[in-house]
Design a protein around this ligand. Structure first.
Ligand code: N01
Length: 536
């Protein structure tokens, strides 16, 4: 630690990591293993990242616990016992805290510290990271582990300030929980967060009114206590189990069907769809090999799921209103527990706002479709400024004072989703252009972190001061990401993958679709002495 001439307190470190979610924790662990002086700066009061903030009722992972967990430590894998097939938020938090204790990360995490700025200083090739409190840390490496879904999307509903009741966002849920007993509640939005919380809020509240702009596809999760025999089997073969997961297009094993829809007879199609329905949740992505590239296959699956909605919702008109007419999987498919059945309750009302939108928030409620709905509390389940939002909130400046926000004004540009040209020694974990949100996040995170740690170790071995993506490599990668997305059906709806949920955000498909290929590409880059990068 040292003092600058202006007497501002400046800490000198090797690396700063922003964010104490699963990415930040593992990054810190790897940096410590390399002997680096590293610190995490975390805005929240605890670890867990997105799981720290998203404590809304019913929040749980939609990837099986045995797969949604770190694989870097066999001991950790063996000792941790998952209680449910799909871990609820508190169990994931307990796991994150266990990781911190087990790997003695706590002393190097600084909580309640929001980063305001990160500027690259060309004179000494170091990053100056400034917190909102005005503290400055000088570090050689700056890693943004700020998460893809951590910047809440707060639509500017007219009249919002006039509302006299309670206001919540699913992504910033009060730590003490909320009791809706005896209340009239509005939920705005019908994405994953709403679909998980609506059945629980409906069971608690006197009256629940759901404002839906676009219906979503959802498949029952079929959550249950963890099958102990399955867990024992997996623990016996964890290495092979993980390797198999990493070889899959979404980084975990959905036991995907390798055949296209047209390779099935109509009876086989029905059987396969029913089988997937029983497997539940995101296993439905594995129905047919061409689900996300073949319109006919997709139509078959979409119609099958719409048929299930008609079975689950008693009122045919309501079932219709809850049935998406878009591409299945174009928006992220949801995994639910009794979501559609909730609309059979007498205390639940659906308001279709596809035409009107939310017209106004009034003193006592929500006005939509020409009518005012009086409520005591409003829950906005309106999602996130995904992938770029958490970076945009920080004043990030690279070489020549180039602002990341300006560089990305027409859409994010990265090389491998990990680096962006003009920002040396600056890494993003699960950034735009990485497979991240289209995969098992923890699997992607581990691969990214290992890439960064290996890169830092390589620079040290080569006695190099810095590394930066070349513009050419970045341009090629951006073109490739777009080209791959263009071959799928995923550009066909207004998803957050495209930034379409945030008014004014450039419409660019942000994640990279192609997990095992991505890992191969990264490995090749390393093998070829970090091709596509410039070093100094
Ligand atoms: O957010 P969303 P989310 N007026 O963006 C609506 C992950 N996740 O928090 O579709 C009215 O999906 C919006 O309407 P529309 C998962 O990857 C995982 O639910 O844009 N409505 C939509 O209905 C997920 O995909 C888990 O027309 C407005 C909703 O709000 C991602 O997080 C659980 C509006 C937002 O849905 C985000 O999910 C939860 C407006 N102005 C989340 N603006 C699991 O692991 C937005 N909406 C299970």
């Amino acid at each position: 630690m040292s003092q600058s001439s202006s007497a501002t307190k400046i800490d000198h470190l090797d690396a700063v990591v922003v964010g104490a979610g699963f990415a930040g924790l593992y990054m810190l662990h790897r940096f410590k293993q390399l002997g680096l002086r590293a610190r995490i700066l975390e805005a929240g009061g605890g670890v867990g990242g997105t799981w720290y903030w998203n404590r809304y009722p019913g929040a749980r992972c939609d990837i099986p616990s045995l797969q949604y967990s770190y694989q870097f430590s066999s001991e950790l894998e063996q000792e941790w016992e998952w209680k449910e097939r799909y871990a609820p938020q508190p169990e994931i938090m307990a796991y994150a805290k266990h990781v911190v204790e087990r790997f003695e990360l706590g002393p190097d995490i600084q909580f309640n510290t929001r980063v305001a700025a990160a500027h690259f200083n060309e004179d000494n090739s170091r990053w100056s990271v400034t917190t909102e409190a005005g503290d400055v840390i000088s570090a050689r490496f700056c890693v943004m582990a700020t998460g893809c879904l951590s910047s809440a999307n707060d639509p500017e509903f007219p009249g919002r300030e006039s509302f006299t009741g309670d206001w919540y966002h699913t992504g910033r849920w009060p730590h003490g929980g909320v009791d809706f007993s005896g209340q009239r509640v509005a939920v705005i939005g019908t994405g994953s967060s709403a679909i998980q919380s609506i059945p629980i809020i409906a069971a608690q509240a006197d009256q629940l009114t759901v404002f839906q702009r676009t219906p979503n596809f959802s498949v029952p999760a079929h959550n249950r206590p963890q099958d102990l025999q399955e867990e024992a089997e997996v623990k016996k073969n964890y290495r092979a189990f993980r390797a198999n997961g990493r070889a899959q297009p979404i980084g975990w094993d959905t036991a995907g069907n390798e055949r296209t829809a047209e390779e099935h007879t109509p009876d086989e199609i029905r059987t396969e769809c029913e089988r997937r329905w029983e497997m539940g949740g995101l296993y439905f992505y594995g129905t047919f090999a061409d689900l996300l590239v073949g319109k006919e296959a997709n139509d078959i699956v979409a119609e099958f799921v719409r048929g299930k909605i008609r079975e689950r919702v008693k009122d045919p008109q309501l079932a219709d209103a809850l049935s998406p007419d878009t591409i299945f999987g174009c928006k992220r498919v949801c995994a639910d527990t009794g979501y559609f059945e909730t609309y059979n309750r007498s205390n639940v009302t659906l308001v279709d706002i596809a035409q009107s939108g939310i017209e106004e928030i009034t003193t006592h409620g929500v006005r939509a479709d020409g009518k005012e709905y009086a409520v005591d509390a409003i829950v906005t389940a309106t999602g996130f400024d995904a992938m770029t939002g958490s970076l945009d909130r920080i004043d990030i400046q690279g070489k020549g004072g180039l602002k990341l926000k300006d560089k990305w004004h027409a859409g994010p540009r990265t090389y491998l989703g990990l680096t962006t040209a003009g920002f040396p020694n600056f890494f993003i974990i699960s950034g735009p252009g990485s497979p991240s949100v289209l995969t098992n996040m923890i699997t992607s995170i581990e691969q990214h972190v290992e890439f960064v740690a290996d890169c830092v170790a390589w620079l040290r071995d080569q006695e190099l001061a810095s590394i930066d993506a070349s513009i050419e490599a970045e341009d090629d990668w951006v073109d490739h990401v777009n080209e791959v997305a263009g071959e799928t059906l995923l550009l066909g709806c207004n998803s957050w993958y495209l930034g379409a949920n945030v008014p004014g955000k450039p419409r660019v498909f942000m994640p990279y679709l192609g997990f095992p290929e991505y890992v191969e590409k990264c490995d090749t880059v390393v093998k070829n002495a970090y091709e596509g990068f410039q070093t100094a």
